[in-house]
Design a protein around this ligand. Structure first.
Ligand SMILES: Nc1nc2c(ncn2[C@@H]2O[C@H](COP(=O)(O)OP(=O)(O)OP(=O)(O)O)[C@@H](O)[C@H]2O)c(=O)[nH]1
Ligand SMILES: [Mg+2]
Length: 238
């Protein structure tokens, strides 16, 4: 296959010009994310931004998590998808408050979308807000939503090399949830190799090996969530 030609000077100049535009978009996003962070802090709401490839098991994990935490931690969910309210309806079955954002063409949520979604939720009795981002490992990593932490999910069907192929989100995430571990016996997936790859981009990140169909496998993940909520509730806010 022929190599693509080198860009000419004009094209290079255009490429340089796009950088400040991107910076402005991200700058405005960061300003709104700061406002979201204030809003959450004033209410002592712990907010987690869940990011993964499409179909890694975000909604399934949320459904099982919300059910398991019932009576201990009160959860609400902001669902992000390009189209449909399919995931919001799955969350609604748990009884948790939920709002669906449809991003249309966009491949990620931004802080402005989260700000308008969060105002549609009754947050008076809520401790923990999950934001399920649009299924995508790349774009959501770039956008601060005002969350306390990003959580990255990766299913064992995706291949061991994902942390080094898409390092930014694995680097930024406060924990990694490996999902669908019930499938390990039928896959050629090396957990050791995957963990080595992950440690290259985030040496100390906690990793939870889970299966949505095995409640015991969720124990460490649930304990981590409870610790996040407690930490947020003990923070003082001026
Ligand atoms: N075997 C197995 N399948 C799972 C597990 N978790 C989720 N799945 C399946 O994986 C598929 C996708 O799960 P979802 O929870 O919809 O994934 P998602 O990340 O929310 O998908 P998007 O919102 O479209 O990005 C469904 O068919 C689930 O039943 C698991 O722990 N084990
Ligand atoms: Mg989903």
């Amino acid at each position: 296959m022929e190599k693509p030609p080198m860009p000419d000077k004009d094209l290079q100049a255009k490429t340089v010009v796009t950088i400040p535009v991107d910076a402005r978009i991200l700058g405005e996003n960061d300003r709104l994310a700061g406002q979201n962070r204030e809003f959450f802090a004033a209410r002592k709401l712990c907010v987690l931004n869940l990011v993964s490839s499409p179909g890694s098991g975000k909604t399934t994990l949320l459904v099982e998590t919300i059910r398991a935490l019932q009576g201990r931690v009160r959860c609400a969910v902001i669902e992000g998808d390009q189209q449909t309210d399919y995931d919001a309806r799955r969350i609604a079955e748990t009884g948790a408050p939920v709002v669906q954002i449809n991003t249309g063409q966009a491949c990620h949520l931004d802080a402005g979308l989260v700000a308008s979604a969060v105002r549609q939720l009754d947050l008076d009795d809520i401790d923990l807000v999950f934001i399920e981002n649009v299924g995508n490992l790349i774009c959501p990593a770039e956008f601060d939503l005002g969350e306390d932490a990003k959580v990255v999910l990766m299913s064992v069907t995706e291949g061991e090399e994902k942390p080094v192929k898409y390092p930014l989100i694995f680097h930024l995430a406060a924990c990694t949830v490996l999902t669908k571990c019930d499938l390990l016996p039928v896959l050629r997936f090396s957990l050791d190799t995957c963990l080595k790859n992950l440690r290259q981009v985030n040496p100390t990140v906690p990793v939870f090996e889970t299966s949505a169909y095995n409640p015991e496998s969720l124990e460490h993940w649930l304990a981590w969530l409870q610790a996040c909520v407690s930490a947020k509730q003990s923070q003082s806010h001026p």
